[in-house]
Design a protein around this ligand. Structure first.
Ligand code: KIV
Length: 281
C-alpha cells in the first residue's frame, strides 16, 4: 500500500511509529520498499555515502535529481522525500520554489526536505503554497556544519533548547507536515513532539519522536571506519559484502567460476565445427 501524507498522519494519530531510511538508488529502493519501510529520504548525505565527500555541501540539484529518480522507480509504496541541496533554497524564496518544483517534477518524489528553522519559514510557506509538502530539518543541520564548527549536538543548555523548540513551532506554522530532529537531546525532542501537530522524525534524538530515520549505510554497517554514537548496526552487511567479493575473486582466480551450468548459452555449434573454425583461422 502506498504511504501518503494522510496515512502517515493517521499513523501519528494512532501512536504508531514511522520508519524512515535514506536511500539513493533503484536496487536498494526495491529492497527498502519490500521491507515496508514507510518513508524513504533521498538525503543529500549521498554526497558522503555515495560520492565520498567529507560533507554534504558540494551536492548539486542535478545530482539529487539523478539519484532521486532512481529511488522513486524502485519504491512504489514508500513515501519518498528528497533533500534540497545546499544553496538551492537559501538565496531567495523564488529560487526555493523553483528548485522544489524541479525536484518534484523531475524525480516523482512526494515531498522535499530543507534544513533550518525560523530562518527558512518564508521558503517553507511558499513551497507549501505551491502545492509541495515540506519536511523541515532542525537541530544539527549538516549543511550548516561550518557554522556549528562540526557535526555537533544542538539544543544543549536552556537558550539553545528554547531556540530549537521555537524553530519547531516556526516551521510548523509555515506549513511543514514533518520535521527531522537531528542530534537534539532526547527529552527536548520528546517535548517538541508533544507540542507540535506535525510528524517528528528523530535521528540521534531518542525514542520520543513519532518516527526514526537512519542513513542506510550506517544501519547496514557499510562504512567500515564510520559509526556515529547513536547508530545501531542492524546487520554487518558491509562485512558480508566484502566476504562475497573475496569469494568471487578467489573463484575467478582458481577457475572454479564459472562452471558449465553458469554460462549464458549452454551448447550451440558442435565440436567438429568449432575444430574446423579454429583450423581456418
Ligand atoms: O541527508 C540526510 O541523510 C539527512 C538525514 C541524516 C536526516 O538529512
Amino acid at each position: 500500500m502506498k504511504n501518503t501524507i494522510s496515512t502517515l498522519i493517521a499513523m501519528r494519530e494512532r501512536g504508531e511509529k514511522i520508519s524512515q531510511v535514506t536511500c539513493y538508488d533503484y536496487s536498494m529502493a526495491r529492497i527498502v520498499d519490500a521491507a515496508q519501510i514507510n518513508t524513504i529520504l533521498v538525503g543529500d548525505s549521498l554526497g558522503m555515502t555515495m560520492q565520498g565527500y567529507s560533507d554534504t555541501l558540494p551536492v548539486t540539484m542535478e545530482e539529487m535529481i539523478v539519484y532521486g529518480r532512481s529511488v522513486v522507480r524502485g519504491a512504489p509504496n514508500a513515501f519518498v522525500i528528497i533533500d534540497m541541496p545546499f544553496m538551492s533554497y537559501q538565496v531567495s524564496v523564488e529560487q526555493a520554489v523553483s528548485n522544489a518544483g524541479r525536484l518534484i517534477k523531475e524525480t516523482g518524489a512526494n515531498a522535499v526536505k530543507l534544513e533550518g528553522g525560523a530562518a527558512v519559514v518564508q521558503q517553507i510557506r511558499a513551497i507549501v503554497e505551491s502545492g509541495i509538502p515540506v519536511c523541515a530539518h532542525i537541530g544539527m543541520t549538516p549543511q550548516s556544519a561550518n557554522v556549528f564548527g562540526g557535526f555537533k549536538v544542538q539544543g544543549k543548555g536552556e537558550t539553545n533548547a528554547r531556540r530549537v523548540l521555537e524553530d519547531a513551532l516556526a516551521v510548523q506554522r509555515a506549513g511543514a507536515f514533518m520535521c527531522v530532529l537531528e542530534c537534539v537531546p532526547p527529552k527536548l525532542a520528546a517535548l517538541i513532539t508533544s507540542k507540535v501537530n506535525m510528524i517528528t522524525i528523530g535521528i540521534g534524538a531518542g525514542a520520543g519522536c513519532d518516527g526514526q530515520v537512519l542513513v542506510s549505510q550506517d544501519l547496514l554497517a557499510m562504512s567500515a571506519d564510520f559509526k556515529p554514537k547513536f547508530v545501531r548496526q542492524f546487520e554487518q552487511v558491509g562485512a558480508l559484502m566484502a566476504e562475497a567479493y573475496r569469494s568471487y575473486d578467489a573463484a575467478v582466480k582458481d577457475g572454479s567460476f564459472p562452471t558449465a551450468a553458469e554460462s549464458y548459452v549452454k551448447s550451440d555449434c558442435g565440436d567438429e565445427f568449432l575444430q574446423q573454425l579454429g583450423d581456418e583461422y
